[in-house]
Write a protein of this length. Sequence first.
Length: 485
Amino acid sequence: MKLLLVLALLSGTAHATEEPPAIQWHHCQLNEADAEGAALDEAGAECGELKVPLDYSRPDGPKITIAMSRLKATGDRIGAMVLNDGGPGGPGLTMPLRLRVAMKEAGSRYDLIGLDPRFVGRSTPVDCKLPLAGWPWSGGSDRSSFARSTRQQADIAARCAENAGSVLSYITTRNTARDIDQVRIALGEEKISYLGYSYGTYLGAVYLQLFPGRTDRVVLDGPMDPSKYGPQLLRDVGPANEAALRAWATWAAARHSTYQLGTTTAQVLAKIDRIYRVTAEKGLRIGKYTLDEGSMPMVLFGPLADDRDPARATYAEFVQTLLAATNGPVEPGEKLGGFLELLLTPAFSQLISAQIAIPCGDRAVSRDPQTYWRDIQQHRRAEPYFGSLTRMISPCAFWPVQPQEPLTRIANREPALIVAADGDPRAIYANAAQLQKGLTKARLLTLKNARKHGVFGEYGNDCVDNRVVSYLISGRLPATDQTCY
């Protein structure tokens, strides 16, 4: 009997424990400095923990804790909705606060469940004790910078082996999907609804595959291609980000009187070229931080996934500071300073550790650095700014454990609404079609002429927002794919 239970658990068809799991609910604020917990308490949310197996093949073995929040429905209740903000490894505890607003009249009709996935946030943590973010990191312009960044990736893997080696095998998307089903059981729900962004679309698709028939309404926004998801999930996004950079340069050129970066797209891009050139020659000193060829491209890549004017203005300010630093040390503004702290200090070691460990646990990659060097070189002309970043070797090439399960093949008829912007620089639009091939009953809602990663409730497009809300209320998918402008 126990062997059958284990086999059922591995296929995602049985509960993880003989006894139904229980969530311990309480106030959210941990201490006076906990602003997020205070905001949840003020909104009337509650927080709780659930014990789940570390290893689902040993359901009676060691347990870890999954932390969550719940903002209960106040209207005509439809059910419970689990939320995921992507990452991989993104915390989700406070998501109910913004989604209740984004969901408009649907928001009050769901119990909104914000999860910190296993080893993330307030859940049982993983921490490789990293000195800096470290991934993704650029290979730079030549073989020496590539070798330097490669050594850094190997060091990250070694730190994870030393500080978290005993749990790395269990930090996977499939296990997170199993955790979600344990949450469903503990909530007493026959079915749950789900809304996930970015990596959360892959997690949602895996849940649909492992636990068919256990979801009600599902929204997948900023979709991943399930067949390409893994440590190289950014490998194909270089061209989209090159295009996004050119589009921003055109925007900045039209505002030369404000930003003084050039009156044509070419002139603005020439400033970007200078930043890259000086970084390669001597690095850039910004406040207490030094940017080199490995780290600087992340400053230009990270904020590029939003084409709205406020985001583009912030990007222009980043570029102005980087450009000034080519002439000597400068001080960062508040936003850039915060970004550099995330990138170049140990402050976010726990968050980044989970973000690295999840794809490494999901899929094996080539362990030969030459594979990545050749790939970068072959695409350097077509992807001059970001190819060396998006195609670079990762810590997963040196990971101390191999994935314990195969990558999940998505092939089912579970209903879902896929939301995608046609110019998304992080999850390219082609991903949507590939996800829909696996979820054959899903419908695609496309936002045209937008370069934004994450659309529903974030971009401010009424057409998209209203159609998603309509689905969340009615539970009826549109008869055909839909387009918004």
